[in-house]
Design a protein around this ligand. Structure first.
Ligand SMILES: Cc1cc2nc3c(=O)[nH]c(=O)nc-3n(C[C@H](O)[C@H](O)[C@H](O)COP(=O)(O)OP(=O)(O)OC[C@H]3O[C@@H](n4cnc5c(N)ncnc54)[C@H](O)[C@@H]3O)c2cc1C
Length: 444
């Protein structure tokens, strides 16, 4: 919300900012009645958690965060949709359990993890979060509360994983926690000199390492295009981990919006080589705190303010294996040719497609670019999307605020099947968001 009379809402990218406010209650089943959308902690970057034009309210699940059951023999857990990953991890990591899949921030809710069908650094091994979900309790558009799972109301289950909250309000999530040998991570990192070596390094590391991710400097062109650092990790064995448990990490805060030049093209261009050469030794290895490993950006509260008042967007795409290993280079060349400057560019290895009908990953390479919003952002996203379409890839809805409907349709052959299931469960089109109006032609 801003200080003006009209309350406003935005996603993590703070673009767009729309009129609207959250309604909250510990009784999620009651408060969702008659509402068109739920949201969690608002960590989706774009407009997926925002009300459609004309809808004043969105349900916030964050007060509904109880753990309902847990079986220490199997790791099976059932909890309310507003439970955050941070709270979950505080309770269960000391007991030797962790979520099988985590995104790059712990400030997300279970409902948000399901609705985006999030993936982590281990997608090549574990798939999306949805692969570990055993059942969901949903309030669907006609007001009924239903349970769905991979075997019960399977079409609803599949459409809800990655369905961006458009098939119903998720009230409860059942899933299986993974056992970990210690609460620490053993990690290795390596400086990489260009994008082709990067793809090679990621694909080579995949069979040996459960978790891999890379940071790339995408401001340098030519021979240095896509140089960066490749990080590989696994849970540490008790014999190599420190005897004490990891202490919760402190957080610094960005107190106000930084001026536009802070993330301007020039500063991004100057900062990227500094980040690259910070990794002075070509190879590094050792024990890493789990929060440092999984959630490095969480150390800086409100880091999205660095991008100033106009905010930022993230363009995340997957370039499929069928496009060949040169696809990532061609994609970065489009970025550089359009003068696109991204301070944070993250590359990941994606494994097989999961159950979710609109889930993002498929076998290939995912590239995520944080981009400050400027007058030419739409033009840049259009150019990147046209390249993604040429390569047979697709974008990630939870990050998006700029993709055109015709571009999304061209990327997503599964769209009609998903729309048909959505229509079956919501024939009157009661459930909607700012994103569904923009991308799927829902009536505001
Ligand atoms: C720093 C950072 C790193 C990230 N890293 C990753 C990553 O590595 N991998 C990845 O996959 N994602 C990543 N994300 C994205 C994030 O995991 C997703 O956007 C996630 O959905 C956010 O959860 P949330 O609780 O904040 O949901 P919100 O942002 O509030 O909502 C996201 C979507 O979920 C829907 N939704 C939320 N709760 C419910 C509910 N109870 N019922 C129905 N629909 C609901 C909303 O309508 C909306 O469509 C990252 C985000 C940030 C800020």
């Amino acid at each position: 919300m801003n200080g003006s009379a009209t309350p406003t809402l935005s996603g993590w990218g703070r673009s767009p900012v729309v009129p609207g406010h959250e309604v909250r209650s510990e009784d999620l089943a009651r408060v969702t009645v008659g509402h068109p959308l739920s949201r969690g902690l608002g960590r989706s970057y774009g407009d997926s958690s925002l009300p459609a034009p004309g809808d004043a309210e969105v349900v916030s699940s964050t007060l509904a965060d109880r753990i309902l059951s847990f079986d220490p023999q199997t790791g099976d857990i059932r909890a309310e949709a507003g439970l955050s990953l941070r709270d979950l991890y505080r309770v269960f990591l000391p007991q030797g359990f962790f979520t099988p899949v985590t995104p790059g921030t712990q400030y997300v809710t279970l409902g948000g993890m399901v609705a985006a069908d999030i993936h982590g650094k281990n997608h090549h091994r574990e798939g999306c979060f949805g692969a570990h979900v055993t059942s969901l309790t949903l309030r669907v558009a006609d007001g009924r509360v239903l349970t769905c799972s991979p075997t019960v109301e399977r079409d609803l289950f599949r459409a809800t994983l990655g369905g961006m909250g458009l098939t119903g309000h998720i009230l409860e999530v059942g899933f299986r926690l993974a056992r970990v040998p210690s609460p620490w991570i053993y990690g290795e990192s390596e400086r990489i000199s260009d994008i082709d070596q990067f793809i090679h390094g990621l694909k080579e590391a995949g069979p040996r390492w459960p978790m891999t991710v890379g940071w790339i400097d995408c401001t340098s062109g030519g021979k240095r295009l896509g140089r960066g650092t490749l990080f590989k990790g696994r849970w540490a064995e008790p014999s190599e981990a420190p005897a004490h448990p990891p202490r919760p990490k402190g957080r610094f805060s960005v107190p106000f919006n930084l001026p536009p030049f802070a993330m301007g093209r020039l500063s991004v261009k100057l900062m990227n080589p500094v980040l690259y050469w910070r990794h002075l030794r070509r190879h590094q290895r050792g024990i890493v705190h789990p929060e440092t490993y999984f959630y490095p950006l969480d150390a800086l509260r409100n880091w999205n303010r660095i991008y100033g008042k106009r905010g930022m967007t993230q363009h995340q795409c997957v370039l499929p294996e069928s496009a060949g290993r040169g696809a990532a280079r061609r994609f970065l060349e489009v970025l550089v040719a359009h003068g696109g400057a991204s301070f944070l560019c993250v590359i990941k290895d994606c494994g097989p497609e999961g159950l979710g009908l609109l889930s993002f990953p498929k076998p290939g390479i995912s590239i995520a670019l944080d981009i400050a919003v400027r007058d030419d952002t739409q033009e840049l996203i259009d150019a990147l999307n046209e390249q993604v379409i040429k390569e047979g890839g697709r974008i990630y809805l939870t990050k998006d605020a700029f993709t055109r409907p015709e571009h999304f349709r061209a990327m997503e052959p599964r769209l009609d099947e998903w729309l048909a299931i959505r229509r079956k469960w919501d024939p009157e089109g009661k459930l909607r968001s700012a994103q569904s109006v923009r991308l799927f032609g829902d009536k505001p």
